[in-house]
Design a protein around this ligand. Structure first.
Ligand SMILES: Nc1nc(=O)c2c([nH]1)NC[C@@H]1CN(c3ccc(C(=O)N[C@@H](CCC(=O)O)C(=O)O)cc3)C=[N+]21
Length: 283
């Protein structure tokens, strides 16, 4: 079994990104990421702190804009619009989920598609499904980067993605399709799920149920990508796959933590750096 160590790969890419940021700074551009967090969701607080730490580590400018849980939609939209106009800001990320008084779709549609580091805007989603260049959701990009780094070719493979979220399942399906995989998206209404997951050469679990998948769900020799991030009562984090139960029968698997999560942040940085390169060209 090959361990697909996302943290090791993230550390390696972090060194390369530090050099890329240095080079941009020499050209007069400091890549800048703005993370907007509304309310005090403790899990979101951990993620946003990790993002800030990484940005600082590679020398990027990073702003954490904290807004109260009572923020109105109009107030949030005004803040987003101001960052859209700010020429020193390369990437804008609004941490999800948002409080119930705010319509997420409207917020996402307000972010300038050229600054949409999450790749959530309809413009970027459309480009992704048309296999055109654009900004792409970071977790799916992280999955593709892990596979590429381990020379796991997806072309012609049967890829089964369990989960149809806008953040993970759908954009990952598009990336896999663009890479010539045969893609099936399964979800809570899928019938005979186990029959399907057992056909997967590459199984992606993105459901959010701790240890939903075990030995009986996985084909021997399959590659397993675990995007699950489930916090247990004792505070530890675990995936959607029972790692212990499947490790002896898979050819490769991502752990949780230290798998896809750290690569999500790496791709966020990569995408912000790419946008900043455009700022150099425009002068
Ligand atoms: N607009 C928006 N964009 C996002 O990309 C977004 C979001 N909202 N809302 C929440 C989810 C979740 N997410 C994670 C990122 C990194 C780790 C991560 O680094 N995890 C580490 C640590 C896990 C731990 O110990 O907590 C690991 O897996 O090793 C996890 C989860 C980004 N999200």
């Amino acid at each position: 079994m090959e361990l697909l160590d996302g943290r090791a790969l993230a550390n390696q890419l972090t060194d390369e990104q530090t050099l890329a940021v240095d080079l941009l700074k020499q050209q007069g551009v400091t890549p800048k990421l703005v993370v907007i967090m509304v309310g005090e969701d403790p899990a979101s607080a951990i993620y946003t702190r990790n993002k800030q730490k990484r940005a600082t580590k590679i020398g990027m400018a990073s702003v954490l804009k904290k807004m109260s849980a009572e923020t109105t939609e109009a107030e949030l939209l005004a803040v987003v619009e101001a960052y859209n106009q700010d020429q020193t800001v390369d990437g804008i990320l609004v941490q999800l989920p948002l409080p119930p008084q705010i319509n997420e779709d409207r917020v996402i549609q307000t972010i300038d598609p050229n600054k949409d580091v999450d790749g959530f805007s309809p413009v970027n989603i459309g480009k992704l499904w048309m296999n055109q260049p654009g900004l792409v959701a970071c977790t799916p990009q992280g999955v593709m980067a892990i596979l590429a780094a381990h020379k796991i070719n997806v072309a012609g493979k049967n890829v089964v993605i369990v989960g149809r979220s806008n953040i993970v399942g759908r954009p990952l399906a598009a990336l896999m399709l663009n890479a010539n995989a045969t893609v099936t998206i399964a979800h809570s209404r899928t019938k005979h799920l186990q029959d399907l997951t057992k056909t997967a050469d590459i199984l992606v679990a993105a459901v959010g149920v701790a240890h939903l998948f075990g030995a009986v769900d996985v084909k021997p020799g399959a590659v397993v990508i675990d995007v699950g991030m489930n916090r247990l009562a004792d505070g530890t984090v675990t995936g959607d796959v029972d790692f212990e139960a499947v490790q002896d029968q898979v050819s490769a698997i991502t752990p949780v933590p230290r798998g896809v999560g750290p690569m999500t942040i790496t791709m966020l940085m990569a995408q912000t750096i790419e946008i900043a390169k455009g700022r150099v060209k425009r002068g």
